[in-house]
Design a protein around this ligand. Structure first.
Ligand code: ADP
Length: 611
């Protein structure tokens, strides 16, 4: 027998998990039954290519309750675990994203609801056994292997691992030694009612037995999605969502359809309300499990839904694919492509309906998943228009999220483009000098603060035939765009003198210095020069590639500004300092560092001394 220590802090973390889930202690059973059912599906799937791994008798999950000894034993005929598997899977908690889980749960440990949401995001699975058990022992034999192993733990310090001499069937037995305060579960009728409530849809039969009660089947063993939608209650859907897919809250959207025709398939998909912790992992794995005629194939076949719908979780079951095709072939099959197209359209149209019905509720969804959907705007030409219809953008004028359609509807006749400004934060965007002219002329500007915004906007170019216009990059004439009737006046002699002076002081720092009517309170602003990129886009590219130089900017000057008018009367040195300070502060307002911090500081001091 070998004794192993848990990874640092596992015991402590388990205690937090147990305490915050204590009021939901029932969940241990559905978690363990769901693992057992997964293991059986995995064995069936492996058996497709290696028939010797298959179970020669009927698959089942068997729950034995010993009311006297206060134990519950759950046995399955699934794939089983080798000694190595045991160390790898049950020796660590929340394997994926372990460190971030540990950190965040420690932070949340004083707040039960926050901890619960976190656990919901990561999933506790097997470890939920410790909510009710003071000791858990696992006996298991992996399909295709001769050895049986035993794992035992109190969920505190560590676990022991040993080899079992007696013969054991392939599959896993998990025995829970119930804690004093969880003895109520040592009751067969209680267990039966929990199975009916949470695990009825598990497609494998679940049998129960105790010393006094004979073996009987406790679930109906019909996959929920194979029933007709009209026969399923909202509660049943929600139970499935929680028990099989591991969520803790209610779904935002439930989508259950049976499609018949050239391709037959059933989808039972859920759009959750809160984002899972792994939403932005680089793999961008989708979460729709594929079944072929009720046989589980995989939980992440690429291509079942696009990656920008990776927050959609659920099941897709089809009879139109051959069970013997390989995973890779499934992925590329035209059948999957067709199903994916139809499912994607359905999800998008449901989201549109939800937005129409209640935009506040939709915005809560958007807050969680908007960034992911925007990836579709950027990379998926086929659905771009449809995603744009349900995209929410921050309106400067309304000071809240609106739809692109709303923006377009409110455009005046003379405005033929959608104005937008990208920035790192709303605060920065709202105080940007770029906005001043628009504010003065009562023109709305979309404020874009997600990294991906600059990318999709430049990729997409237009919405409903109206092109996007970056107010920090593109050239525009505000007088022409608004309903102004005042003719823009040509630059006067004085103006030309000031512009030449500033240009002379700044030299190579800028591409050119020109006058503008789009500023009201600020003296200057920087805009992209000829062929330049959107400001924010340029900054992101710089962050990713240190060799990326970016292009020189144009300095636009508000010649009516008192500071600018004063410039010609200053000494040559102060003219230089002031010009450079104006240039550097415009950079700072755009979220950049001064180009030369030391000089910037010297200039400020020189100006201070002159006061
Ligand atoms: P999850 O199921 O979310 O991966 P769990 O903590 O529930 O997390 O389980 C961890 C792993 O342990 C599973 O992925 C699976 O590989 C293995 N496992 C758990 N229960 C069983 C079982 N009854 N039979 C075979 N393997 C199991």
């Amino acid at each position: 027998m070998q004794t192993h220590k848990f990874e640092a802090d596992t015991g402590k973390i388990l205690n937090i998990v147990i305490n915050s889930l204590y009021s939901d202690s029932d969940i241990f059973l559905r978690e363990l039954l769901s693992n057992a059912s997964d293991a059986i599906h995995k064995r069936k799937f492996m058996g497709l290519s290696q028939p010797k791994l298959l179970n020669s008798s009927d698959d089942e999950i068997f729950v034995e309750v010993d009311e006297k000894a206060k134990t519950i034993k759950i046995t399955d005929t699934g794939i089983g675990l080798s000694a190595d598997d045991l160390t790898e899977t049950l020796g660590t908690i929340a394997r994926s994203g372990t460190s971030s889980f540990l950190n965040s749960i420690e932070e949340a440990s004083d707040n039960k609801d926050a901890a619960k949401t976190l656990i919901g995001k990561f999933g506790v699975g097997f470890y939920s056994a410790f909510i009710v058990a003071e000791k858990v022992s696992v006996t298991t034999r992996k399909a295709g292997e001769a050895d049986t192993s035993s794992w035992e733990s109190d969920g505190q310090s560590g676990y022991t691992l040993s080899k079992v001499e007696e013969e054991h069937e392939v599959g896993t037995s998990i025995k829970l030694f119930l804690r004093k305060d969880a003895k109520k579960y040592a009751d067969l009728s209680k267990i039966k009612s929990l199975i009916r409530k949470y695990s009825d849809h598990i497609s494998v039969p679940i049998f129960v037995q105790s010393k006094d009660v004979e073996r009987e089947q406790a679930n109906s063993a019909q996959a929920l999605w194979s029933k007709l939608p009209s026969e399923i209650t909202t509660e049943e859907y929600t139970d499935f969502y929680k028990s099989s897919l591991g969520f803790f809250d209610d779904p935002y959207i439930t989508l259950h359809n049976k499609t018949e025709g050239s391709i037959d398939f059933t989808n039972l998909l859920f759009v959750p309300k809160t984002a899972p912790f792994d939403l932005f992992e680089p793999e961008r794995k989708t979460k729709v499990s594929l079944y072929i005629n009720r046989v589980f194939i995989s939980s992440d076949v690429a291509g079942v839904v696009p990656t920008w719908l990776r927050f959609v979780k659920g099941i897709l079951d089809t009879t139109s694919l051959d069970l013997n095709v390989s995973r890779e072939m499934v992925q590329d099959s035209p059948v999957i492509k067709k199903i994916s197209r139809s499912v994607t359209k359905r999800i998008l149209s449901q989201l549109k309906k939800k937005l129409k019905k209640d935009d506040l509720e939709y915005d809560a969804f958007w807050d969680q998943f908007g960034k992911v959907l925007k990836e579709g705007l950027y990379e998926d030409f086929e659905y771009r228009e449809k995603i744009a219809e349900i995209t929410r953008v921050y309106s400067f004028k309304h000071d809240k999220l609106i739809s692109l359609d709303t923006y377009v509807e409110e455009m005046s006749e003379r405005q033929d483009r959608l104005f937008y400004l990208t920035a790192d934060s709303l605060k920065q965007a709202k105080s940007s000098p770029h906005l001043e002219g628009f504010k003065a002329k009562n023109l709305d500007v979309l404020l874009m603060t997600d990294h991906i915004d600059a990318f999709w906007m430049s990729q997409m170019g237009s919405y409903k035939e109206k092109s996007f216009l970056s107010i920090s990059r593109d050239k525009y004439d505000l007088a022409e765009l608004s309903d102004d009737t005042i003719e823009p006046k040509a630059d006067s002699e004085e103006t030309n003198v000031v512009l030449a002076l500033i240009k002379d002081c700044l030299g190579e720092l800028v591409e050119d210095v020109i006058s503008t009517s789009s500023l009201v309170e600020s003296p200057v602003r920087l805009v992209a020069g000829e062929g330049g990129l959107d400001y924010n886009l340029e900054r992101i590219l710089k962050a990713q590639n240190s060799d990326f130089e970016g292009s020189k900017k144009l300095l636009e000057v508000n010649c009516d500004h008192a500071l600018i008018q004063k410039l010609p009367s200053l000494t040559a040195n102060l003219q230089k300092s002031l010009s450079r300070v104006l240039f550097e502060q415009a950079r700072v307002l755009d979220g950049e560092m001064p180009s030369d911090p030391q000089q910037f500081s010297k200039d400020l001091i020189a100006m201070g001394e002159a006061i």
